[in-house]
Design a protein around this ligand. Sequence first.
Ligand SMILES: Cc1cc2nc3c(=O)[nH]c(=O)nc-3n(C[C@H](O)[C@H](O)[C@H](O)COP(=O)(O)O)c2cc1C
Length: 217
Amino acid sequence: MASAQKSLAQAIRDRRSTPSFDGEPIPASDLKLILDAGLKAPSGYNMQPWRFIVVQHPEQRRRLRAASYNQAKVEEASVVIVACGDCDGWRKDLEEMLRLGRAAGMPESYAAQAAANVPEYLSGFSDAEMHGWLNKQVTIATTSMMWMAEVLGYDTAMLEGFEQQGVCETLRLPMSYWVVSLLAIGHLKGADKFDGGRFDSSHTVFGEEYGKQLKLK
Ligand SMILES: Cc1cc2nc3c(=O)[nH]c(=O)nc-3n(C[C@H](O)[C@H](O)[C@H](O)COP(=O)(O)O)c2cc1C
C-alpha cells in the first residue's frame, strides 16, 4: 500500500474544498486505493447501489465541465469521480448480495429476512424517495474516497454544481442512474480556499434530546 501522507485526524483538520488543481496525473495505484476505500463503505442491506464513473481523459473532463456550470476545477483536476446511484440496483443485485453474504457466513435466517425486506422496503419508493435513499448511500462511499485521497496527500473538492441531464448525456449513463455528486481529486494549484469556519457546536449538537446542551466531561 502507498504510504499515507497524513493521519486521518490531520486530514480532517487540513482539508479544504480545493479551488483550483494543477492537473498532474494520479498514479493508478493511488487511484485504486481511493476507489477501494469507497467500495468498502457500508450501505443499507449491503446493497451497494453506488456506481462510479472515473473521468480522467482531458477531453471528457472538458465535456464534464460544460455540464457542471463551467466550473474550471472539473477540467483542472487529475481525476473526477462521478458518483451515481442506480435506482434499479437492488432489483439486479439482490441475489448477488445474498450469494456474497452466504459465502462469508451470512446466517440463512438473515438471508431470508433480507430477501423479503429489501423488495418490500424499496419497491414502493417514489422517484424522490429513491433519490433520497441513493444520495445517502452513495455519499457515504464518496466521502470515504475523499478521506482516502486526503490521507494519501491529495486535495479534493466535492461538487453538486452540475446539471443532472447534462452529466447523464455526457457519460452516456443508463436511464436508471441518478448522479449524486462529483469528486474532483488532484493537487492544489495556487492559494487554498479560506476556511469558512463552523457554527458553534451548541447550535448543531444536542445531548439526549433536542435543545439540551451536550455535556462532555
Ligand atoms: C455535497 C457538496 C457539494 C458541493 N458543491 C460545490 C460546488 O459545486 N462548487 C464549489 O465550488 N464548491 C462546492 N462545495 C464546497 C462547499 O462550498 C464547501 O465545502 C464549503 O464552503 C465549506 O468549505 P470547506 O469544504 O473548504 O471546509 C460542495 C460541498 C459539498 C459537501
